[in-house]
Structure formats: structure tokens, C-alpha cells
Design a protein around this ligand. Structure first.
Ligand SMILES: C[S@@+](CC[C@H](N)C(=O)[O-])C[C@H]1O[C@@H](n2cnc3c(N)ncnc32)[C@H](O)[C@@H]1O
Length: 366
């Protein structure tokens, strides 16, 4: 069976909360919403072991499901928990933000000699010091929504952002395109306070605050873990996830500046733990099949959205590896497949490794 998921809704219709901070390889929120509604019931516990920017957990929450999500990346942790803990009224949000700003102002001034030169190269020194103070307070108080807002305005070339001119998705300085001599205002001090207030308001706009979420008895849990070490919940209603396409994306390198603010370490550690080979990918799919066969309720779905990868001319068919592994497991049975072509806007890099199509693999607990 091969259908095509509808792609008619556009990114401008989605809740701005999905755009809290950029994430390479993010799933479309409409895809996540359609899958969660079709393959689970209100009140179900949804498991997403590769949560990334938390698209599936957020849509599941908005549809009245409990969530258990996990990811190996600290950035994924901050942004997933940031989305799940977003305030539900604007007054509470701005009061809390003001309080955090006051606390940040009382933090010791960071010593920039301890900050790596590549991080310093992105910011005016005072902007950097104040941003570190704010990040420190958020980290200490586990205020992941406000920390995600800071990360979401960390680098870009627009006036609402904090860095010197830079790209947004991945951090590359654009000082050749915008030399300081010709664009002096792009290199001046930038006050994070009015900018983060605007970001908070933007994140909660677009109808999100009017969306009433039936929260009774629902729980949202996140574990930062690689899939091979994850302890799954006892019982769950559905597994819905989009695994990494082997080595198509470097989640650590691409998010290195935001990760530095969270961990104060170099980000290659994240890529070391990423699924980077066929063997690792296969064993991750084995975990998914085994845990689904064990913990899913009878008739519950295992759904993965996965790319058919073209690796510099060599076909490395990730979907086929997943199919082979799932078909070998006797506790789950194949239901169907659907094709979901990725619009060009989602293709992060050109002339590099490309993901051709997304396929939805649908399995069921016997
Ligand atoms: C395709 S992305 C998920 C995107 C997510 N659905 C979203 O909308 O943002 C895959 C995720 O797998 C994570 N990942 C890579 N290797 C992992 C591993 N061994 N264990 C757990 N997570 C891993 C990456 O950090 C990345 O966030």
C-alpha cells in the first residue's frame, strides 16, 4: 500500500512555538500532527526516542497525549523541554522573563578569557557576557523555554538577533558579505532584553495561547540518552519518531554555538555519539522493534518517518534497513507505507548528501 500524505498546509500556518529555535532535519509539524492523530488515541503515551527539536512531543501534547521523549543531544533536550514547558499565558511569560533578566543582572560578569576564540568571534563582548549570564540563570533554574528563546535569537544577520552577521541554521560568520567597515551597526552592542521579549511574544503567538490543552493526568518526560542506553517506559500506546539518516547530518557541528551555551564544551562529543554507520543504525532499529514488541499495547502502532538516503551517488537505503529489521521481529507486523516528499525548503545543504524522499513505515504490535 503506498499513499501520499497531504502537504497542503504551509509553515506560516503552524504554531510559532515550533520555530522556537532552528533544528537541522526537523520534521514538519503538520506531518507530526497527522501521524499522532491517526495512529494514537487521546490519553495514550507516545514514545519518541529521537525527539530532536520536539516536534512530535509538542504535537502529541497539543492533541492530549502523554509523551516520553529522548535524544542524545543536549540541544534537543533544551528545545524539547522548552516547547513542552512553554507558558500558557503571555502575562505569566513576560513576568517570568523579567524575573530571569533581574537574576541574570546579578550574576558575576563572565571572564571572556575563558571563552573559546571561535565563540567570541560571533559577538560584541558585552552582548556575549550578558547572554552568558542569562543562559547561566536559565540552566541553573531549568528554565528551558526561556533558554530556547535565547538560543533562537543567538545568531543571524537580522537586527532582532544577538550575533555579528551570521547564518541562522548553522553558525557561519558573514563578515565577508557584511564587512565591519561598510556595516558598522551590525557589529555594535546588542541588548538581549528587548530582543528576547519579542522572541517570547513571537513564540507564543499564532493562536498557541488560545489552544486549550486538556492536561488532566497527562505527563511529559524527557531523557537525554542515546537509544542504546535508554530505559523505555513499561507500557505505551504508540512509538512515533524520525530517526537520524545515518551520517547525513552533523547535529553537533551544526548546532555548535548553541551547544556551547548549554554545555560550555566543544560539540564534537555529540557527533561521536550520533548514529553514524550502517551497523549503529541497524542496531538502533533493532532496539525500536524489540521495545515496541515488548511495551506497545496490542494493536498499538510503531511509526517511523525516514529518509531514503542518496550518499554522494551511492544509494544507502536507510528505509530498507529499517524494513528488514522490523520484518524480522515476530512481535510486530507490517501495516503499510506512505510516501511524503520533502519540500525543497527543508533541504539544509545543497551539493552534499541529499535525502530524496521521506517514507512513513507503519507497523503494529501483534
Ligand atoms: C531526524 S532528527 C529528529 C528530528 C525531530 N523529529 C524534529 O522534528 O526536530 C534525529 C535525531 O536523532 C538524534 N540522534 C542521533 N543519534 C542518536 C542516538 N544514538 N541516540 C539518540 N538520539 C540520536 C539526533 O540528535 C537528532 O536530534
Amino acid at each position: 500500500v503506498c499513499n501520499t500524505l497531504s502537504n497542503s498546509a504551509t509553515i506560516s500556518d503552524e504554531y510559532k512555538l515550533h520555530q522556537l529555535s532552528p533544528y537541522v532535519g526537523k520534521l514538519k509539524s503538520f506531518t507530526a500532527s497527522a501521524i499522532v492523530s491517526r495512529f494514537s488515541d487521546p490519553g495514550d503515551l507516545i514514545v519518541d526516542p529521537f525527539s530532536g527539536s520536539g516536534t512530535i512531543p509538542l504535537e502529541a501534547k497539543l492533541l492530549g497525549r502523554s509523551t516520553f521523549s529522548s535524544d542524545v543531544s543536549d540541544y534537543a533536550k533544551v528545545i524539547t523541554l522548552g516547547k513542552l514547558s512553554a507558558p500558557d499565558d503571555i502575562r505569566t511569560a513576560s513576568d517570568r522573563l523579567m524575573r530571569l533578566i533581574v537574576l541574570a543582572g546579578r550574576e558575576p560578569m563572565p571572564d571572556l578569557r575563558r571563552v573559546p576564540a571561535w565563540v567570541r568571534s560571533f559577538f560584541h563582548p558585552l552582548t556575549l557576557k550578558e547572554s552568558i549570564q542569562f543562559a547561566d540563570v536559565c540552566l541553573r533554574l531549568r528554565e528551558y523555554f526561556y533558554l530556547s528563546c535565547l538560543l533562537g535569537i543567538l545568531h543571524h544577520q537580522r537586527p532582532g538577533f544577538l550575533s555579528y552577521p551570521s547564518s541562522h541554521l548553522t553558525p557561519y560568520l558573514r563578515d565577508k558579505k557584511f564587512p565591519q567597515g561598510d556595516f558598522p551597526d551590525m557589529y555594535e552592542y546588542r541588548d538581549y532584553r528587548p530582543r528576547i521579549l519579542k522572541k517570547v511574544e513571537r513564540a507564543l503567538s499564532n493562536g498557541y495561547l488560545r489552544k486549550t490543552v486538556e492536561n488532566q493526568g497527562l505527563k511529559h518526560e524527557f531523557r537525554r540518552s542515546s537509544i542504546d542506553r535508554l530505559t523505555w517506559p513499561e507500557k505505551f500506546g504508540a512509538v512515533i519518531t524520525s530517526p537520524p539518516y545515518m551520517n547525513a547530518l552533523d547535529y553537533g557541528r551544526d548546532n555548535r554555538l548553541r551547544l556551547w551555551f548549554i554545555t560550555r564544551q566543544e560539540s564534537h562529543r555529540v557527533d561521536d555519539r550520533n548514529i553514524s554507520s550502517r551497523v549503529k543504525f541497524e542496531s538502533a532499529m533493532e532496539v525500536m522493534a524489540r521495545e515496541s514488541a515488548r511495551g506497545l499495547r496490542v494493536g498499538g502502532f510503531l511509526i517511523i518517518v525516514i529518509g531514503e538516503l542518496v550518499d554522494r551517488g551511492r544509494q544507502a537505503n536507510t528505509a530498507q534497513i529499517a524494513r528488514d529489521v522490523f520484518n524480522r521481529n515476530e512481535g510486530i507486523s507490517f501495516v503499510s507505507e506512505e510516501l511524503n516528499p520533502i519540500p525543497d525548503i527543508r533541504r539544509a545543504r545543497r551539493n552534499c548528501i541529499a535525502v530524496k524522499d521521506e517514507v512513513l513505515l507503519i507497523y503494529k504490535k501483534k
